[in-house]
Unconditional design. Sequence first.
Length: 160
Amino acid sequence: MHPNAQLLTDFYAAFARRDAESMATCYHPDVEFSDPVFPGLRYARTTSMWRMLCERGKDLELTLRDVQADDRTGRAQWEARYTFSASGKKVLNRIQSEFEFNDGKIVRQTDRFDFWAWARQAIGPAGVVLGWTPLVRNKVRAQARSSLDKYMKERGVTGA
């Protein structure tokens, strides 16, 4: 197995154990993470996001498949099953992740998933009707950003 494929396998194994500290060791200090809910995070916010999600994801179940990587790039497909804390609703989220590596660490991670499919599950009827709109996406992003900011402030974490 390519070392970067092993890195990704280790990253997701740590996530499945809800071990955010081990996940953080997989990231380069210059990492940039983006997904439909948390766009444009740098190292402190990225690692804090995973810490927050691991702490709150008491019933998280993760399935990883199709890990591929070479010296520069990688990709993985994974599924997360969990209860969305804001609504108490069960979610199955199917995610495609793309990676770039530097110095044996993840320097860029872009996660993609069907936001409308996620919103239908996580939010319920409003997600069915309005989950595809920028209004709902922007509201979810703002709430997620606020939650992350509060989490970081409570723990004395600074940085972008």
